[in-house]
Design a protein around this ligand. Structure first.
Ligand SMILES: C[S@@+](CC[C@H](N)C(=O)[O-])C[C@H]1O[C@@H](n2cnc3c(N)ncnc32)[C@H](O)[C@@H]1O
Length: 256
């Protein structure tokens, strides 16, 4: 079961005037044109702006991410085995089912701690979809092993390092992990650049980034309907980063 408690750490700009405002007219912006290329998913570019979540997972699950981006990534990278270690409401699992791709799907609320060493079989997957908590922006379970319950940023980053290491270990050489993460403004710690930390930890785990960042527009975020008294620059996106596990270098390639 997931928790519904109010999060005391979210810097909700406490001087909110009203909790909601009426829905505004959509704002249309002109996007740059993507170059024609041989991609099997031509609409998958660095700007993921589609507002339809797709019929995957449960939209009322906290932190639900919609499945269309996952589906497009799987159609682009064409994996045969997928690891989904923080499945939440099962969004990635549902996409895999639709595409007939084998999926290992688990979550702490099913008893599997993705941050525990050796949580997954080694080198068994060629793709991993990883959508962790954005530290304590949202609280998920009451379990102290929950990443969203880590009491300090350092504690979060230590467990996040273990999580990324576990995913790297579970990938076969040449496999990829796509991480969806957003920066977060915390009441105590201030602005926390979690996208930066994700890259740092992935590189430390021996992964390398294999394509552009994908900026996912946050359509339907509950915060966009609120009114605040204080001034700030609203974050309207999160970032999907795709990393690759290099093939071990053969003896011939090793420097003398
Ligand atoms: C951002 S949500 C994922 C939502 C999912 N993408 C969806 O669309 O429903 C993060 C998930 O991580 C899970 N989680 C937190 N700490 C965990 C841990 N140590 N091991 C496994 N899952 C964990 C939470 O229970 C939550 O379901």
């Amino acid at each position: 079961m997931y928790t519904t408690s109010v999060n005391p750490f979210y810097a909700a700009r406490t001087s909110r005037v009203a909790t909601t405002r009426p829905a505004a007219e959509p704002l249309y912006v002109k996007l740059p044109r993507a170059p024609a290329n041989a991609s099997p998913v031509p609409h998958l570019t660095s700007l993921y702006h589609f507002s339809e979540p797709g019929d995957y997972g449960r939209r009322d699950y906290p932190g639900n991410c919609g499945g269309n981006l996952i589906r497009d990534l799987l159609r682009y990278f064409r994996p045969t085995t997928v690891l989904d270690p923080m499945t939440g409401s099962g969004t990635c699992r549902d996409v895999c089912r639709e595409l007939a791709v084998h999926c290992w799907s688990s979550d702490l609320h099913e008893g599997v701690d993705a941050c525990s060493p050796g949580a997954f079989p080694r080198e068994a997957f060629d793709f991993c979809w990883l959508h962790p908590p954005y530290w304590r922006q949202k609280l998920y379970t009451d379990d102290p092993r929950d990443l969203s319950r880590t009491p300090t940023l350092d504690a979060f980053l230590n467990r996040y390092r273990q999580l990324i290491g576990n995913c790297a270990e579970a990938l076969a050489p040449g496999g990829r992990v796509a991480v969806l993460m957003g920066d977060y403004c915390d009441r105590e710690a201030g602005f926390v650049p979690l996208v930066y930390h994700t890259k740092r930890l992935a590189f430390d785990a021996g992964l390398r980034q294999c394509c552009t960042d994908i900026i996912r527009f946050s359509h339907g975020a509950s915060s966009s309907r609120k009114v605040y008294r204080s001034a700030f620059i609203p974050g309207l996106h999160d970032v999907c980063m795709v990393f690759e596990k290099p093939h071990a270098r053969s003896q011939h390639e090793r420097p003398a």
